[in-house]
Design a protein around this ligand. Structure first.
Ligand SMILES: Nc1nc2c(ncn2[C@@H]2O[C@H](COP(=O)(O)OP(=O)(O)OP(=O)(O)O)[C@@H](O)[C@H]2O)c(=O)[nH]1
Ligand SMILES: [Mg+2]
Length: 770
């Protein structure tokens, strides 16, 4: 999605979501007439605290996060999904911390109260999940393709891939893990083996970790399951080269079947307990794959990716939590000086909370660091001080990502940013505004204001990061078509080639050099078969990598039964996966011309394609015949594409990477009288939803007595009270605004202090009513 479109789309992470509620109100709720959006007169610019307010909502209770365990209070409640087309789209996204009442829809159509959400209005409110576990599975991925390194030619065109290997068993030891930087796959006497080389930090005797690339696929051969470690030798250049021979293997895979399994381990934070559980599934699936006793896995089937072996799940995705700093509180202070009897208010404003930035770090090439650090919190602004001294700004936090990272909001799966170039920096979450000190509240009628604001809460968001493979050319095709053979013919890459489908599990990268400065990175992708777009086979996992290629080379197995049919089927899969893929320029290459069955069918295949206006190439990848033509042709198209992209980029040079923060700021600055009221009849609860009013409530500092007056005045002035009355609020009904829960009271004097509960011991003192 283009950034502009993103900005225009509904943000799923809004802290305050008047917009969502408005949609609801305009959508289904009209008929029921229980609550309607009502525009109220604008708030008068200067509020006088001297006003007496007759009828108002006046009892305060901080709302407990009733559906969250205490320790997970930090975990943001998810917004309702807002994916286009989702039936829940119009659901009112309630502000964080609000209790979501499970009001049962009165409509019979719904089997339970949760289903009618958003379709028929706001009365049925669903309990929000603590977090979206949908994507949780992806974090169990292992392996990382290092496209960037390949592009630089550091590896001399070798096929490289990255793998993460660790020892899940060794919990007691301090975080032992092997990070493997290179994975070689080669033929051994017992079949294919993968040889992974740990990075330089490891001691020489730590050895290489070896595992079977077929692991978890469909191997009957018991031997294939073993994970083997062997001593590792280092090349004189310091470059890690695993030179162990297979017959030196020390590890037989028998005595410790839990070791050396490739699994994801989450942060060890206690607060991540839930994830630990999820991850447990992966540990299980990683080494139980061939045991057929996978009931547990089935139960959590959605977590496990279909048919994708453990070693393949790549570390090219990560989920992180980010939170901008809260603003510092403003303070109440008065000047006291000799000879200045009434010095006036001098409480300073709080400092702004720190921002969260996302920055492209050209030295990074994987999302592996996010395995260990999950939380990015910017600092909170310092509180204001006397003598009108404002608090210091909170410290910013910069999330560094490798080039090619796509940032999505975990809730709603909306693409927020695509960060391609080193140095790019986006302001993602703006820090909360500092609260104003009492100096700011001085008015003509109130020269000694005993009121100050709390700092605004910084927005928070769970983010899904995805690193896309950056190859110029992607070789696609059915399994066994000869894609890897072609890559090995045109580059120095040495991918595994074998006469069975799904030889290639991980994309192989090769650098193809035409001359000194003309090079391109070619990726040989796993074979595609029918249904790949739905997750069958292995293709799906990497189809998305091909989204970034500029040119596709489509290899057709000429020796197959029906090459034309195979060709069409693969095209269809590409299209079903992503229309953008099928729109990419591509070359059709008819392979295995050295075989008579292939050369016999060549003419008819060629004619069919020519009829479609296409000129296919015929090659024998094995004999390296015709492959150079393919290379030149691909390169020509690539150059054109590069030129086109460059022009587009120049044109878009003013690309605003801060659109996410801008949208948040825009929403947060919405007017206080722009609100909706949602009525939950069953619970006699009226929820006032509106970014401005909720923000006001959040920033109200109940430590100061005058806050209450101002609060009531604002409710009156911005029309909340009037609207509630109009809608038929009754004595004793609950009114919820942001984190405040109040009881509606016709006579403010009758408010009873016993209804006030402070659930947090963080010095929230509730206003005393005498
Ligand atoms: N005769 C002949 N055989 C070929 C040719 N190209 C590839 N092959 C053979 O076809 C088989 C499959 O080749 P691969 O390159 O592994 O095919 P692939 O498309 O990468 O297959 P997957 O990775 O499984 O999707 C191997 O046995 C190759 O030797 C060719 O031009 N002629
Ligand atoms: Mg292959």
């Amino acid at each position: 999605m283009a950034p502009a479109a993103v900005a225009a789309a509904a943000f799923p992470f809004r802290l305050f979501s008047a917009e969502a509620a408005r949609r609801t109100a305009k959508g289904g709720r009209g008929k029921r007439g229980s609550a309607r959006p009502v525009k109220s007169p604008p708030l008068p610019p200067a509020l006088s605290s001297a006003n007496v307010i007759g009828r108002s909502a006046t009892t305060f209770t901080r709302l407990p996060l009733r559906d969250a365990a205490p320790e997970s209070a930090e975990v943001p409640l998810e917004r309702f999904p807002t994916a286009p087309g989702s039936p829940e789209r119009a659901a009112p996204a309630l502000p964080r911390g609000i209790v979501q009442r499970l009001g049962v829809e009165q409509d019979d159509e719904d089997e339970d109260g949760e289903v009618g959400l958003g379709r028929r209005g706001a009365t049925a409110v669903r309990r929000l999940p603590l977090r979206d576990s949908k994507g949780g599975g992806e974090r169990a991925a292992v392996g990382q393709f290092d496209a960037r390194a390949a592009r630089r030619g550091l590896n001399n065109g070798r096929a490289i891939s990255r793998q993460m290997v660790e020892h899940p068993g060794d919990e007691g030891e301090e975080e032992e893990e092997f990070v493997v930087t290179r994975l070689d796959i080669f033929e051994g006497s017992k079949g294919r083996k993968a040889r992974a080389v740990p990075p330089e930090e490891l001691d020489e005797d730590d050895g290489a970790v070896m595992f079977d690339p077929d692991y978890g696929v469909d191997s009957d051969d018991e031997d294939d399951e073993e994970f083997v470690t062997a001593a590792n030798e280092w090349s004189p250049a310091g470059d890690a080269i695993a030179s162990t021979k297979l017959d030196e293997l020390e590890y037989d895979g028998e005595d410790d079947d839990d070791a050396e399994v490739v699994v994801y381990h989450p942060d060890d934070d206690e607060e991540e307990e839930e994830e630990e559980e999820e991850v447990g599934v992966f540990e299980g699936s990683a080494h139980d794959d061939d045991d057929d006793d996978d009931e547990g896995e089935e139960a959590e089937g959605e977590v496990k990716e279909k048919g994708v072996p453990a070693v393949m799940r790549c570390f090219d995705t990560a989920r992180i939590y980010s939170k901008a700093g809260d603003g510092g509180n403003g303070v109440v202070a008065f000047r006291r000086e000799k000879y200045v009897p009434h010095g006036g208010p001098s409480g300073g404003d709080g400092g702004r909370g720190g921002n969260v930035y996302v920055e492209v770090d050209g030295d990074m090439n994987s999302l592996l660091p996010f395995r260990k650090s999950l939380h990015y919190r910017a600092g909170r602004g310092a509180h204001g001080q006397g003598s009108q001294m404002a608090g210091a700004k909170g410290e910013d936090v910069v999330v560094k990502v490798p080039p090619g990272t796509v940032v999505r909001s975990a809730a709603g799966d909306i693409e927020l940013l695509e960060l391609m170039k080193p140095g790019q920096r986006a302001l993602l979450l703006p820090g909360g505004r500092g609260g104003r000190g009492n100096a700011a509240f001085k008015t003509g009628t109130n020269k000694v204001p005993r009121i100050a604001e709390k700092g605004e809460k910084g927005p928070e968001m769970w983010l899904d990061l995805e690193l896309k493979l950056v190859a110029d050319v992607g070789i696609v095709g059915a399994p066994n078509a000869g894609k890897s053979t072609l890559l090995s013919a045109i580059s120095a890459a040495k991918p595994t080639i074998a006469n069975y489908p799904f030889t290639t599990l991980l994309p192989n990268l090769g650098v193809v050099s035409l001359d000194f400065d003309a090079t391109m990175v070619v990726a040989d992708l796993p074979g595609l078969l029918e249904g790949a777009h739905r997750g069958y086979g292995l293709g799906h996992e990497f189809l998305r990598h091909s989204e970034r290629c500029s040119v596709l080379v489509h290899v057709v197995d000429g020796s197959g039964e029906q090459p034309e049919y195979e060709y069409e089927a693969v095209r269809l899969e590409l299209e079903l996966f992503s229309p953008a893929l099928v729109d990419k320029p591509y070359i059709v290459v008819y392979n295995k011309m050295d075989l008579p069955e292939a050369s016999d069918r060549w003419n008819s295949f060629r004619e069919k394609l020519q009829a479609q206006g296409f000129e296919p190439y015929c090659i024998s990848a094995l004999n390296r015949q015709g492959t150079q033509d393919v290379v030149y042709s691909a390169y020509k198209i690539l150059q054109k594409e590069r030129q086109r992209v460059k022009e587009v980029e120049e044109w878009n040079n003013t690309q605003n990477l801060n659109h996410v923060a801008d949208a948040i700021k825009r929403e947060r600055s919405s007017a206080m009288n722009d609100f909706e009221i949602v009525h939950d009849k069953g619970a006699n609860t009226w929820t006032v939803v509106g970014a401005g009013i909720e923000r006001f409530v959040q920033m109200t500092n109940w430590d100061y007595t005058e806050s209450l007056k101002r609060f009531q005045h604002v409710l009156e002035a911005c029309g909340v009270n009037k609207t509630l009355v109009k809608l038929g609020v009754k004595e004793g009904d609950t009114v919820v605004i942001g984190e405040m829960e109040m009881f509606w009271n016709e006579e403010p004097k009758r408010v009873a202090a016993r209804t006030m509960i402070s659930r947090e011991d963080d010095a929230v003192r509730w206003p005393k009513f005498s």
